[in-house]
Design a protein around this ligand. Structure first.
Ligand code: IPE
Ligand code: IPE
Ligand code: MG
Length: 244
């Protein structure tokens, strides 16, 4: 039994965990394999993360799968990643549906290949009645672009005479983000030892606890998840106030 489950008086698990799944390339390079193999192994770690969150009762899990900057990678790698996303959704959807996972996507899906867009919509429709875990996959996601889009939508409302600029507030802007129907992440985990957000959930992470793990994403498992949650439990979240 893992650390998190074996302790009796623990607070609730984080309501929303977001993960920057980093280190696939280094995992492969260290084994003299092509980076593509690293991404294939990474897909297996996604199963571990989903299973771990379900078992620990985490209601929201968001995974950073492809950033709006990842198009800068070699074409072969981008195409391979797109193929893996398709393969993963097709292979996992039935089980995700059966175990109560609701699948959701954030990011600018319009730039993705049409078959992925269709598959993603299908996965959302198929699982929309599930409530046990909301699994959000960030695909072609960039936080700065997300905030710019929200700003444009607010500006449209002002232009149409439906919004007074003085009424623009944090809640209104957040209402136009891709994440408007989910709580902000309590815990953001980044694997691979890098200590940056790389344009992930910049608005929503205002008061997230950040945990950086040295493990490379393909080696991530439930023990890593528990380790991150344990570190989270040790944090004192003050939100600008003083501790009690
Ligand atoms: C994360 O692993 C996967 C994606 C960004 C799609 P990387 O491919 O970034 O792995 P490293 O950082 O090169 O090791
Ligand atoms: C962030 O990882 C994006 C994903 C995990 C999908 P990157 O590997 O792209 O980030 P940088 O380039 O090291 O900042
Ligand atoms: Mg990386």
């Amino acid at each position: 039994m893992g650390i998190v489950q074996s302790t009796t008086f623990l607070p609730d698990p984080p309501a929303h965990i977001a993960i920057i799944m980093d280190g696939n390339g280094r995992w492969a390079t260290r084994r003299s394999l092509s980076r593509l193999k690293g991404h294939e192994q990474g897909a297996k770690a996604v199963r571990e993360a989903v299973k771990g969150c379900r078992e620990l009762g985490v209601p929201y899990l968001t995974l950073f799968a492809f950033s709006s900057e990842n198009w800068k990678r070699p074409e072969e790698e981008v195409n391979h990643l797109m193929g893996l996303f398709k393969f993963f959704i097709k292979r996992e959807l039935k089980e995700l549906k059966e175990v109560g996972v609701r699948v959701n996507f954030i990011g600018d899906m319009s730039r993705l290949p049409e078959d992925i867009q269709k598959l993603a919509n299908f996965a959302c429709e198929e699982t929309h009645e599930n409530n046990d875990l909301v699994l959000t996959i960030a695909l072609n996601y960039g936080a700065q672009a997300e905030i710019v889009t929200a700003a444009k939508l607010l500006a449209e409302q002002v232009k149409a005479g439906n919004l007074d600029p003085q009424d623009i507030c944090e809640e209104k802007l957040a209402g136009f983000l891709d994440t408007s129907d989910m709580p902000d992440p309590d815990l953001i985990i980044r694997t691979s030892g890098e200590k940056r957000l790389s344009n992930f959930l910049l608005w929503q992470s205002a008061y997230s606890e950040l945990v950086f793990l040295d493990v490379l994403w393909p080696d991530f498992d439930k023990t890593c998840l528990e380790q991150a949650i344990e570190e989270y439990y040790g944090r004192c979240r003050r939100y600008g106030a003083v501790s009690v």
